[in-house]
Ligand binder design. Sequence first.
Ligand SMILES: [Zn+2]
Ligand SMILES: [Zn+2]
Length: 136
Amino acid sequence: MTASHQGTCLCGSIEVSFNGEPKRNFICYCSDCRKGSGHLGQFISEYNSSDVIVTDKDSKLKEYVVTKTKSGFPKKKQFCGECGSTVLTLPMKHNGEVAMVRPSLLDTKFASFAPNKAIFGDARTEYTKGSESEFY
Ligand SMILES: [Zn+2]
Ligand SMILES: [Zn+2]
């Protein structure tokens, strides 16, 4: 079976494939996502873990467990140890069955993953207060 969507981390060591369409696409503006992504918020798509295939042929994948989270449950952040790209996040709230992937890793059909929801938007509101910029 050929996956519906394919991509790689920045250096190409890690390949990701997503089967089917995401359950939802959103931007999370929590402080963890801000620090991890380098942007005001992190662009995330939700899949069942069974529909996400990570190919790590050179064993570059590393994991960092975020213990202090807004949900109260730890989350495993998996990233490329070579280039630092976040590959996916597994919230333990869902026993690892739900994968929060980064559509920004995709090489094709990126635009079909446009987010239509935002969560934890307080920081964004604070940052953009009084600004008329359209870049947020
Ligand atoms: Zn990499
Ligand atoms: Zn977040």
